[in-house]
Unconditional design. Structure first.
Length: 150
């Protein structure tokens, strides 16, 4: 069974970031799969798909722009409570610097990156305003950073 299915989802904290899986690659490398949980399963309402779609585009773009680590994937969870971020050799301060920084950079976006017919399979299905609200909530309740958008 996949490790993420062995976690008790009825008692999960959110917002939260935890290591869902660590995979050694050779002698010196490792792949880390982070569980970036925005919502508590069975306690909070899940995120809207258009919101998640926008966060996926925004965060995938931002994290690749600022991180020195190799970002393998940023993808939504089917349960609509969070995202998986898979990274090769993240630095020790990856959660406190890179993920937080990508969220802050995403808040400064005026449009969803890659939200056009050529780049996206459903470019009309985005909600940047709700995505920013979710990111603001995560920053406040996980990192203790209260920001206000104009």
């Amino acid at each position: 069974m996949v490790k993420s299915f062995q976690v008790d989802h009825t008692n999960m904290k959110a917002p939260d970031i935890r290591i869902a899986e660590e995979i050694p690659v050779g002698r010196q490398n490792k792949i880390i799969k982070y569980d970036i949980r925005f919502k508590r399963p069975y306690k909070d309402d899940p995120m809207y798909p258009a919101t998640m779609h926008s966060i996926e585009h925004m965060m995938a773009t931002s994290i690749r722009e600022i991180s020195q680590a190799t970002i393998i994937d940023f993808s939504p969870m089917g349960c609509r409570t969070g995202f998986y971020l898979t990274v090769l050799n993240p630095p020790e301060n990856f959660i406190s610097n890179d993920i937080k920084g990508a969220m802050i950079i995403s808040l400064d976006m005026d449009e969803v990156p890659g939200a056009d017919k050529k780049s996206c399979g459903n470019c009309y299905y985005h909600d940047i305003d709700d995505a920013k609200r979710e990111l603001l909530d995560f920053l406040e309740f996980y990192y203790g950073i209260r920001l206000i958008l104009r």
